[in-house]
Unconditional design. Structure first.
Length: 506
């Protein structure tokens, strides 16, 4: 099996759930009241959200935010909400594009409800005063930690993600956005954490970010009711279908039929996505932001032809000794390849860890956190890490094993070049992979520039047309000088080509 996450069955067997609450929000802070003069403010978003946007240094909306937020917000409250089908790549700012309008409406409704309760209380007090009666007493606040007071969550919004990593990233983004919103709670439901903790953290959640399998488990065990969901967002819908979540999506669609708005985000408007849209959306409006070929202008993409797997290891070895690498992800095709590469790298002194779907969720979380904290330099991963990882210091992505699907190539390389930086994506391919490379080039509408490293040239004939002939060159830091001598990594294991650390390059 190429990647466990390409199999619905294996995903489902490992899906358990965890939850992350938003930190108990503060009351509206002075920051929330400060004016924000930018296009976000023109969209009519609540001041609390504008303050969070400013804290995050989002000075201007990205194109997908500029288009989707006003449509999702529907200025005229008397009209029904618009369902949106948005084609937007990872890294485009799509998460905030769906979170901001949803959180805005949840917040406005919460504030209206609180105001109505305050008005009602005030009226009771005034009535009592007018009648000369004893003033009413406020009911005692129930201890929220007491299990008797824990009610099943009834979220107003649900965001579905195909992988745990993406769900956790989206939940984190949502928590960042509600930092000034009093009382709005975010929970994340994914696999791998104890039930009790997850259920406790679901308590009072307004917005739940979830992977579908365990969300349905929780719903079926009545820990979570979906009949108050007003907003349903399906993120990375193409990947959802790849992972076999179509039936779960149909179930969730039925369970949330009362909802007022559905938004679906996908890398493409492939026919299967349009068919899904017809099934679960009401005459959705399409928002096409960019196509795969317009993306990733800040990411230099290069290709190295290799004779065989041994040659690919030599090329990877050469690259990983580039001192310009800040942090890197090396993508492998299989879990076995992933473990093997990570182990070999560790053996020769590299700070590398493996990440794939057969590992426990706790371990996956810890390893991702180590990458985020900079305690790990190289993540060797299957496509479980192709989406949702947002670590700006990832300067290089290596495709050691090619992805199964062309879309995944785009998602993989999108792990670098984050937060306005440049990135470098290096692909190693054997002659027999030529068809896959052509498919990737066709999908991205870009020709991968083939290069060679002196001394590591392929011995076999180049398989490409003259215009694709390999050019000499190195790589190096995005925008920096090619190659770069320095560190090496070593430890020839199972015939690997990794050189002893400190050995000369090439
Ligand atoms: P996404 O496509 O949602 O994964 O977002 C990609 C990255 O862009 C994330 O690091 C976001 O924090 C960041 N981002 C989202 N919106 C903006 C914005 N308006 N300005 C600057 N960065 C943004």
């Amino acid at each position: 099996m190429i990647d466990d996450l390409n199999s619905r069955a294996s995903t489902e067997t490992v899906l358990e759930h965890t939850a992350h609450d938003a930190p108990e929000p503060t009351t509206s802070t002075p920051a929330a009241k400060a004016p924000v003069n930018n296009a976000f403010a023109d969209m009519g978003l609540a001041p609390e959200l504008l303050a969070a946007v400013r804290d995050l240094n989002f000075t201007q909306p990205t194109p997908v935010q500029l288009k989707a937020i006003p449509m999702a917000l529907q200025a005229d409250a008397s009209l029904p909400s618009i369902d949106l089908l948005v084609s937007s790549q990872t890294g485009s700012g799509k998460t905030a594009a769906f979170l901001l309008p949803v959180l805005h409406t949840l917040l406005v409704e919460r504030q209206a409800q609180e105001q109505a309760e305050a008005d009602e209380w005030q009226k009771k007090v005034e009535d009592a005063k007018a009648k000369g009666e004893e003033l009413p007493k406020k009911p005692r606040r129930k201890n929220p930690t007491d299990a008797r007071h824990v009610k099943p969550a009834m979220p107003g919004a649900l965001v579905l993600c195909p992988t745990r990593e993406l769900a956790q990233q989206v939940a984190k983004d949502a928590i960042d956005l509600v930092r000034h919103c009093k009382g709005l709670r975010i929970a994340c439901v994914v696999g791998g954490m104890p039930y009790a903790m997850q259920i406790a953290r679901l308590h009072n959640a307004d917005l739940v970010v979830a992977t579908p399998g365990r969300l349905l488990d929780l719903q079926r065990s009545k820990q979570l009711h979906l009949n108050k969901v007003q907003f349903l967002v399906v993120d990375e819908a193409d990947r959802m279908l790849d992972l076999g979540f179509a039936d779960d999506l149909a179930d969730i669609h039925k369970l949330t039929e009362q909802r007022r708005q559905t938004m679906m985000f996908s890398a493409t408007f492939a026919p299967r996505i349009q068919q899904l849209a017809v099934r679960i959306m009401r005459t959705p409006q399409k928002v096409q932001i960019d196509s795969p070929q317009e993306k990733h202008n800040n990411i230099k993409q290069i290709l190295f032809w290799a004779d065989n797997a041994h040659h690919k290891r030599k090329l990877l070895d050469h690259w990983l000794r580039d001192t310009n690498i800040d942090q890197a992800i090396v993508f492998a095709s299989t879990q076995i390849e992933c473990d093997g590469l990570a182990e070999d790298l560790q053996q020769v002194g590299f700070s590398a860890v493996a990440l794939h779907g057969a590992l426990s969720q706790g371990l996956r979380n810890r390893r991702l956190q180590a990458l985020r904290d900079g305690r790990v330099q190289i993540l060797v991963a299957t496509d479980v890490a192709a989406r949702g990882i947002d670590v700006p210091s990832i300067s290089h992505v290596f495709n050691f094993g090619l992805p199964m699907k062309q879309e995944d190539y785009v998602h993989r390389i999108g792990r670098t070049g984050r937060a306005g930086r440049d990135g470098l994506a290096v692909t190693f391919a054997e002659w027999r992979d030529r068809r896959k490379i052509l498919d990737i080039e066709h999908f991205t509408q870009q020709t991968l520039s083939a290069e060679m490293i002196p001394g590591l040239e392929p011995t076999q004939r180049a398989p490409r047309a003259p215009s694709h002939e390999p050019r000499r060159g190195g790589g190096g830091k995005p925008g920096g000088k090619p190659g770069g001598a320095g560190r090496t990594f070593a430890g020839a294991k199972r015939g690997s080509s990794f050189k002893p650390r400190g050995a000369p390059r090439g």
